[in-house]
Design a protein around this ligand. Structure first.
Ligand code: SF4
Length: 338
């Protein structure tokens, strides 16, 4: 549980700040001048901080929206941007790039959501988004936003914004490993403009590599519930991990389960991609997790990105692609990152 909230003087009074204070009533408040003084402090230890994360509430004075990286899944959109209003995550996935991205494991949340929406209005115009040209905007990069919904209410804020603006051509993606369904009601009012993407993996991978996330069964239940409520649902098999002697069986069982529960036939798309990470982040990850077999697997570095050797990557994707097709997801709905 978060016991200290660092709050910028300028961030006081924002609705999101007030909500976080209410959601974390026992946390001590420390007023600061600038989030950078805390977040970028020298000699921080990511692993130690991860066990006792603090929260920093701040005003973003720079851009909220950035062009999506070539390493990320764009689901074939014409225009691909992402929003990172909260940096760092309370889950602890062993493969997560966040371990190498920031020196700090503390949570940083920007509270001036209205400025973010204003920036988006300009971007939609500049990118000519509408009937002919579509934009995908994931808003959960660098975190799993839904795990913090009680604290920040950002899924609800996005639903409110989209329901009011009705921006043709825009899809806001909420990606999660959460088994919670409670956002379905709020999201219904903006169902056309939002998509909920569940990251799925074999249960043994979840137990081994995704601590503090929901079990597979809860994720499937939540996704089925949302699909039943008329929300757009996608699945992400990303990152695919070829670990253990029989990784094929783990994924085959997962795909069978998705077919048996009926979820495979309800998704509007699925994305697949092997494990990959910027090479610089991998170096830091190895330093932070010297005992992780995942971090020390054999990767090849190309164009600043480390990934499984091409042959292994292709075998992984081909296997999942085939199983996905067998489980009822049409090929044209499957997007492969390779
Ligand atoms: S849920 Fe996503 S953002 Fe959070 S630790 Fe896992 S991979 Fe990283």
């Amino acid at each position: 549980m978060i016991d200290i909230i660092y709050v910028e003087r300028d961030a006081l009074g924002y609705p999101m700040t007030e909500r976080a204070f209410k959601a974390l009533p026992k946390a001590e408040h420390v007023i600061i001048d600038s989030w950078e003084d805390v977040f970028y402090r020298k000699n921080q230890n990511f692993r130690l901080q991860k066990n006792s994360q603090k929260l920093i509430l701040a005003v973003n004075r720079s851009d909220f929206l950035r062009k999506g990286s070539k390493n990320c899944q764009s689901f074939g959109a014409d225009s691909f941007y992402y929003c990172s209003a909260v940096k760092n995550c309370i889950c602890g996935c062993e493969y997560c790039y966040l371990q190498g991205m920031f020196g700090s494991a503390n949570l940083l949340a920007f509270v001036n959501t209205g400025d973010c929406f204003e920036e988006l209005r300009h971007l939609l115009k500049a990118e000519n988004i509408g009937k002919e040209r579509k934009m995908l905007l994931p808003v959960t990069y660098d975190n799993d936003l839904y795990t913090l919904e009680k604290v920040f209410g950002l899924v609800e804020s996005w639903a409110d914004f989209l329901a009011a603006e009705k921006p043709e051509g825009l899809t806001v993606e909420i990606r999660t490993k959460c088994g919670t369904k409670s956002f379905a009601e709020a999201a219904k009012r903006a169902a056309e403009y939002m998509v909920f993407t569940w990251s799925v993996a074999p249960e043994e991978n979840i137990k081994r590599f995704e601590p503090r996330t929901s079990p597979l069964k809860s994720r499937i239940d939540a996704a089925l519930h949302c699909a039943g409520e008329g929300l757009r649902v996608r699945l992400a098999f990303d990152p695919l991990l070829a670990v253990g002697g029989d990784w094929r069986k783990g994924y085959a069982d997962l795909l069978t389960l998705l077919a048996e529960t009926g979820l495979a036939s309800k998704v509007e798309a699925a994305g697949i991609g092997g494990f990959r990470i910027p090479s610089d982040y991998l170096k830091i990850m190895r330093k932070n997790a010297p005992e992780s077999p995942l971090a020390f697997d054999r990767y090849e570095s190309k164009g600043g990105t480390s990934a499984y050797p091409q042959e292994k990557q292709a075998a992984l994707c081909k296997f999942i692609l085939q199983k996905l097709a067998e489980s009822g997801v049409p090929r044209e709905k499957i997007y492969v990152y390779s």
